[in-house]
Design a binder for this molecule. Structure first.
Ligand code: EPU
Length: 432
């Protein structure tokens, strides 16, 4: 078992380079399944969610070659199966994108139901299914498997989403690219990674318009051709380091970002008394005064992202006064609150609302990463706190943050990944 050991209380100074976006990568990699020939994908983040997805494609028969640390040649021409039912699938939420991709390519898909971070209960896919059915597929969920089939291939159709869903928007877009005729997705999600997927597919010959707005129109094409594509920088990774600097104080240049994607986070940090300066493809973040209280409501893009809610809540734990967080996307995304309470935070949760009473400082404690972003919040809390914080469950964090330890040590953080064998001895893994 590995855990992170953080000695907090030190402001951060220097530069951090942001990696490719996790949630774009896990949509673009399965989309490569629909392309005839080799796709060269650049700026792929080295995180376990991506490694797992590449392993799934290899298992299905794809030929994937590493060009360098962040570039892969993916050739899915050799995939003959329309079934992805192995156990690995269940560990990865985004594995459901294989339903849209395989329905598009083969007119049939059998896929194990997805796993991923669990925010208190089963994460529904009814909107994905509604879209596939509108396009003429028969979809059944039996014994943990999704069976989707069409008799004569998919037909384009109008689809109105009852909830703004990133996953459903992407999955329906994937299925529609090779369908016959026009699909119109209304009430579509607008996240930057949806635009990135559309750009990738369009560069391979797809005809998708309106990605980034709430109406996406897809004219089906006969086939997609090979090409090259570079994934956008990770908005949430950048936001997480911005929150870390806000929490600890200091002055850090976050490089390789698209500042426009950061607007919702930048605006909120400024309200909290943090200095944020935007450049063409970097953002400087500095804080020397106190954190001011504020309220945050999470919403689909361009609102404040739910995937930044635990990190911003952590910083507000030392805000002057009372802050209110309202979670507008997931039912249960406050499992990390008990962990922060162990560190001296004062937070009351009632349903989707958390009320945070700012305290002078947090104190180190043994805590657990409850999911990916909650884990990132524990790292931020540890960096802010006086004393030592030990974080267990770090496999969650490594699903979505490339070289977190190295990046943080590079700006002066005292954080290590420590191996704890059964006999409780300790040996250091990443010395930085
Ligand atoms: N929903 C439905 N029915 C559906 C699909 C979604 O009711 O068929 C509901 C969900 O229960 C939720 C809301 O709609 O209340 C939004 O869910 P969405 O489908 O947008 O989420 P997702 O596609 O499963 C992606 C990200 C999440 C991020 C959400 C919201 C990926 C792989 N995951 O999930 O990212 O929280 O969008 O922005 O893209 C993370 O990176 O830590 C993470 C969890």
């Amino acid at each position: 078992m590995y855990k992170y050991v953080v000695k907090g209380g030190t402001p951060l100074f220097g530069e951090i380079e942001i990696s490719g976006a996790k949630n774009a990568a896990v949509a673009i990699i399965p989309a490569a399944l629909m392309v005839e020939g080799v796709c060269r994908i650049d700026n792929i983040p080295q995180i376990s969610d991506v490694t797992m997805f590449l392993d799934i494609l290899r298992e299905m028969g794809a030929d994937i070659r590493t060009v360098n640390r962040h570039t892969m040649d993916i050739d899915c021409s050799g995939i003959k199966t329309s079934e992805a039912t192995f156990d690995m699938m269940r560990k990865l939420r985004a594995s459901y994108y294989l339903i849209g991709a395989m329905l598009g390519r083969f007119g049939r898909a059998v896929v194990a139901m997805p796993g991923g971070c669990n925010f208190g209960g089963v994460r529904p896919i009814d909107q994905h299914i509604k879209g596939f059915e509108a396009m003429g597929a028969t979809v059944e969920v039996r014994n943990g498997l999704v069976y989707a089939e069409t008799e004569n291939g998919l037909r384009g159709a109008p689809v109105y989403l009852d909830v703004v869903s990133v996953g459903a928007t992407i999955n329906i877009m994937l299925a529609a690219v090779l369908a016959k005729g026009r699909t119109v997705i209304e009430n579509a999600a607008r996240e930057p990674h949806i635009v990135d997927l559309a750009n990738f597919l369009n560069s391979m010959g797809a005809d998708i318009r309106g990605a980034g707005t709430n109406v996406i129109k897809i004219n089906g094409v006969e086939k997609l051709r090979p090409g090259m594509y570079s994934i956008i920088p990770d908005q949430i990774e950048a936001g997480t380091y911005m929150a870390a600097v806000a929490g600890t104080g200091g002055d850090v240049l976050i490089k390789n970002v698209i500042p426009k994607h950061m607007d919702c986070i930048t605006g909120k940090l400024r309200e909290m008394g943090v200095a944020v300066t935007e450049y063409e493809d970097s953002i400087r973040i500095a804080r020397s005064g106190p954190i001011k209280r504020t309220n945050v409501k999470t919403m689909p893009y361009p609102g404040f992202p739910t995937d930044m809610q635990p990190q911003i809540a952590t910083v507000l734990c030392i805000g002057r006064g009372t802050s209110v967080i309202t979670e507008g996307v997931w039912d249960n995304r406050y499992k990390y609150v008990d962990e922060l309470t162990k560190m001296g935070a004062r937070i009351q949760v009632d349903g989707r609302v958390a009320v945070i009473e700012g305290v002078e400082a947090l104190g180190g404690a043994p805590v657990r990463a409850m999911d990916l972003r909650a884990g990132a919040a524990m790292v931020i809390a540890g960096l802010m706190a006086g004393g030592v914080t030990e974080i267990e469950g770090i496999n969650y964090i490594e699903r979505g943050y490339e070289s977190l330890i190295e990046k943080l040590r590079g700006v002066g953080a005292d954080i290590l990944s420590v191996y704890v064998p059964e006999d409780d001895g300790k040996s250091v893994r990443d010395a930085g």
